[in-house]
Ligand binder design. Structure first.
Ligand SMILES: [Zn+2]
Length: 66
């Protein structure tokens, strides 16, 4: 759900639209970044993936590049 306006965890957005994972990208030393798009306002938000996140899901998404 879209609740973060600028930074993950800031909870500054009142949108509350559904967030859909649309892409994964690798960002140097930061590792894997998962991109979510809000289905309501179309804002995209980046979330750093934890090592135990679902890499199978990530692989599925990465087959559909932006
Ligand atoms: Zn939104």
């Amino acid at each position: 759900m879209h609740v973060d306006q600028v930074y993950p965890g800031d909870r500054a957005s009142n949108c509350k639209g559904m967030m859909k994972p649309i892409a994964v990208t690798q960002s140097g030393k930061k590792g894997w970044i998962l991109l979510h798009e809000c289905q309501k306002c179309r804002k995209t938000i980046r979330n750093k993936m934890a090592e135990d996140d679902n890499m199978i899901l990530a692989a599925e998404i990465s087959r559909n590049p932006l």
